[in-house]
Design a protein around this ligand. Structure first.
Ligand code: O7E
Length: 211
């Protein structure tokens, strides 16, 4: 079954916890990024820990190896289970994120291609394929690929094989859940769930539609 990952991009701590609690029975993980951490603080991880769901740190880490190491050590010390990193900084920097993650029995995912329209400016023309290859060679646990371009997911699947593909862009960005769920290991959904009048009911609806 395709996993459903809630992208918890809300700014208010209480609202974040309340949405996460109502969605918890229907989701497989929670992705926490800059919007929530910069608003509520890193201690939001402790508030979410009671839900016993994997917490993915979406900090799209993109620095030199030493700084990547320091960032990822802080991510896992805070209680996250996985980290998302960029690969365009090169294999040495990306590999550092993977090594730190694995040392903490966690996972690291590399962004291969992004979902927004402007992503085609730099990611197309062979770059996304190169990043997917880098993810494989760095022993990353998987890649991020765009739900807005199912054909690109299929192309990147040829490169990463059985590695996990997690895909944002369903719903608010126009990606079709039914189409994408057949191609990936997990869909990442934000606004369609957390902006709904009843986020829990919407998460349940999403969880029923996936394959
Ligand atoms: O469009 P939404 O509201 O469903 O939210 C999508 C989330 O996925 C949001 O946090 C955004 O920052 C993230 N995302 C993309 O939308 N597109 C990408 O290409 C990559 C990400 C992302 O999360 O990257 C790491 C997984």
């Amino acid at each position: 079954m395709t996993e459903l990952i809630l992208s918890l991009d809300v700014l208010d701590r209480k609202r974040a916890v309340s949405i996460a609690e109502s969605c918890a029975p229907y989701i497989d993980a929670i992705k926490v990024g800059y919007p929530l951490v910069l608003s509520a603080g890193l201690s939001i991880v402790e508030d979410l820990a009671d839900l016993a769901l994997p917490l993915i740190a979406d900090f799209k880490v993109a620095d030199i190896p030493n700084t990547n190491r320091l960032i990822c050590e802080a991510v896992f010390a805070a209680g996250f289970d996985a980290v998302i990193a960029h690969g365009f900084v090169g294999a040495d920097a990306a590999r550092t994120c993977v090594e730190v993650a694995h040392r903490h029995s966690g996972a690291a995912y590399i962004v291969a291609e992004m979902s927004h329209p402007g992503a085609t400016e730099f990611f197309h023309g062979g770059v996304a394929e190169h990043l997917a290859e880098l993810a494989v060679s760095c022993r990353a646990d998987g890649i991020i690929a765009p739900a807005t371009r199912p054909d690109r997911i299929s192309r990147l699947r040829e490169i990463v094989g059985s590695k996990a593909i997690y895909s944002p862009g369903v719903g608010a960005q126009g990606g079709d859940l039914d189409t994408v769920a057949r191609l990936v290991d997990g869909v990442i959904v934000g606004r369609s769930i957390y902006e709904a009048e009843n986020p829990g009911a919407e998460a349940e609806r999403f969880s029923r539609i996936r394959r």
